[in-house]
Write a protein that binds this ligand. Sequence first.
Ligand code: KG4
Ligand code: ZN
Length: 358
Amino acid sequence: MKILGIESSADEQAAAVVQDGRRLLSSVVASSLDLHVAFGGIVPEIAARSHIEVIIPTINEALHSASPTSHSDDLWSSIDAIAVTYGPGLLGSLLIGVLTARTLAIAKNKPLYAVNHVEAHAYASFINETGSNFKLPKTAPKFPILALIVSGGHTQLVLFKDHFDYRVLGRTLDDAVGEAFDKVAKMLGLPYPGGPSIAEAAKSGDHNAFKFPRARTENAYDFSFSGLKTAVFRAAQIQSGHSYDFPSTKLPRALNEAQKADIAASFQQTAIEDLISHLKAAEEEFQPKSLVIAGGVATNQLLRDEAKKVLGTEVIIPPIQLCTDNAAMVAALGYYQASHKRRPADPYSLEPDPSLKM
Ligand code: KG4
Ligand code: ZN
């Protein structure tokens, strides 16, 4: 069964074709990231406008590369269904993806599956065959699966007993971990997106230079990063030689490169240790057969290394291209919906849900 996945919940417009939920036939991602860098974050209107421009070419390219020998009129014949992200995300961006998918489902007469973006991040881990040069995990995760989904918008720990039978053990009470990376980077004057910038700056820093606090939450599996962010801000103010009323906008010029590197390294260490300790506690309590780490923050090398070092269970982390936003994960989850006889969405009425929860 071949599924066309469509993803447009934030700044990435993506389309992909995946066979049987595991074989990646094509994955195309057009990012409008460059247009947002100058603003230090995603500008929703710019993102939505770029989706309109690139969505059809992206879908066409995904269909073409999935069956390069097929004639253009034939590209749709081998597609069994369409899966589209309908939330959570930016309303304007989601609208473009959902309306396009609805139109195609009607015009091409294909079943339409509505996919939760956060859940889809975990399903990237099921993709383990490809003709491309992606370094895919060799095995598929086995149930029960403990999944840590960490991105710019989400941080949650989920226990999957089976497909569509899951329990959210904890989620962030305030900032997502990727958002904390983005905000700390902004404070230090490092470019957006903050995750890769912090990781790069941290290479030349001392991760023991500062001792930042880790949040304690009532439910031990919940997360909280706003206290850490504030502690980093206070430390940066002191390092700059000013007091607590020094504005964050002036910090980048008041700190030298060595100070920035030490702050970045200490922040990264604390944030990653926090994620790992949540995983470790849940691993001990629930004894999963596989651990999955997915989402944009899963590209963090320290997180990858620590997870493999500290956790006893087999850890499956998708390759970088399938950790950041992509449509292959959407197609993979769409496949499991179809093969588990989940009800397809109504192409005449499916609406995006920007605050959709798992
Ligand atoms: O999954 P994703 O591409 O989009 C969302 O659904 O949010 O995740 C993007 C997030 C951003 O916050 C970015 O700063 C973070 O992932 N990120 C990282 C790294 N690379 C990207 N965070 C930490 N370390 C990285 N190497
Ligand atoms: Zn995402």
